[in-house]
Write a protein that binds this ligand. Structure first.
Ligand SMILES: CC(C)(COP(=O)(O)OP(=O)(O)OC[C@H]1O[C@@H](n2cnc3c(N)ncnc32)[C@H](O)[C@@H]1OP(=O)(O)O)[C@@H](O)C(=O)NCCC(=O)NCCS
Length: 353
């Protein structure tokens, strides 16, 4: 008999071990080590719940949700973002994920939530089947741009770049609010919200946000989050297509500079990019170049940022060597007809990936 309950701190080690047993991906299979703190991944959220599925006193599955108020088509909605679905491989296809999903739906309804949402990698068929069966509908395709830092970038206006300070909060929040005010799922920041957002993110602070300053104004901002401290991704294996590609990259790398692709059993190191906003694309390009150079120094393999592919940022990022991961954005409406999400662009916070 499976029982679902809210996780406690005492479940940490069992959850870390369970996560290790649940590698993700199909073309590139990655093991995940979330030690020392399984709950760090939930840190950025204000109101989060991690649940565990127990059979014979052993944790065999887990799932989580984060509840917040946001705007869709200019109307206020209470939403629950779902994440962290894992089931022990020895206990799959027994309906455990379905039970976890049903439990989350109860909690969401108890909290007066209008809408559930999540994103699923396009090749994760088990999850696509699971959530389609549970009444979710795919409403959009998104893309995670993964920049591959390998070649030192020439920065022309280095002196305009510096770390953010608390005194910049108003300028940075108005830049971000101006850029995303018309996106679905964007909640405009008040000064206090932004400070709390930064404080909640584990292993991240104002130093991790760079600003481009010109004539006393902040014209662009971009944060980098060393996600390897939250969770470590270990390459387990590649499919034949990726094997061929990495072989080719390594071969060309004998003659010229090419991105470094970690071999199996080695960590894949990433920075996640966040708080990206700008008035002029040349200024944000300078900030990206600056972070690319830092990433090269720190031997980081990828810089990830999830996007609505129609966002104007896609064109800026496309100038850099990158690969893309397609994600399907799924929603389930709990109260009324689901809102139309096709008209406006979608804002995806980095913590929702
Ligand atoms: C996805 C996952 C959580 C499903 O857990 P589960 O407990 O085995 O799922 P359930 O037994 O509740 O399955 C419910 C439905 O999901 C679908 N499904 C689950 N596993 C599937 C698979 N391997 N292939 C195809 N469909 C699958 C089926 O429709 C299934 O119903 P059915 O068994 O009656 O056919 C589990 O496979 C897992 O931990 N995967 C690795 C981590 C991951 O990808 N997490 C999700 C990130 S979005």
């Amino acid at each position: 008999m499976i029982k679902i309950r809210e996780a406690t701190e005492g479940d940490n080690d069992a959850l870390v071990e369970l996560q290790k047993k649940c590698p993700q991906g199909t073309s590139l299979i990655l093991g995940i080590d979330s030690s020392p703190d399984y709950f760090a991944r939930s840190g950025p959220f204000k109101d989060w719940h991690v649940f565990v599925a127990i059979e014979n006193d052993i944790i065999v599955g887990s799932a989580a949700c984060a509840i917040r108020d946001t705007y869709i088509e200019s109307r206020e909605f209470k939403t629950a973002y779902e994440y962290g679905f894992i089931v022990d491989p020895h206990h799959r296809r027994k309906g455990i994920a379905v039970k976890l999903q049903e439990h989350i739906e109860h909690i969401a309804l108890d909290n007066n939530t209008d809408l559930l949402h999540l994103d699923i990698a396009e090749d994760n068929l088990p999850s696509i089947n699971l959530f389609s069966r549970m009444g979710f509908k795919k409403v959009k395709d998104c893309t995670t741009f993964s920049l591959m830092p390998y070649k030192k970038q020439k920065i022309t206006r280095e002196t305009n770049i510096r770390s953010m300070e608390k005194s910049d909060v108003d300028k940075v929040t108005s830049l971000i609010n101006e850029m995303y005010h018309d996106y679905n799922f964007f909640t405009p920041f008040q000064t206090r919200d932004f400070i709390e957002y930064v404080e909640r993110m584990p292993y991240f602070d104002f130093h991790n946000i760079l600003v481009f300053e010109d004539n006393g104004g902040v014209n662009a901002c971009l944060g980098y989050w060393d996600y390897n401290k939250v969770r470590k991704y270990i390459v387990q294996r590649f499919n034949w297509r990726l094997k061929a590609q990495t072989f080719l990259i390594r071969l060309i790398g004998l003659f010229t500079k090419m991105p470094k692709i970690p071999k199996p059993n080695n960590p894949l190191l990433s920075y996640n990019l966040t708080t990206l906003a700008y008035k002029n694309s040349e200024n944000i390009t300078e900030l990206i170049k600056h972070i690319v150079n830092m990433a090269i120094e720190n031997e980081i393999n990828f810089l990830h940022i999830p996007l609505d592919p129609e966002s104007q940022i896609a064109a800026v990022l496309s100038q850099f060597m990158h690969t893309k991961i397609k994600l399907h954005f799924f929603i389930k409406s709990l109260k009324q007809e689901p809102p139309n999400l096709r008209e406006k662009k979608l804002y995806i916070d980095i913590s929702e990936i």
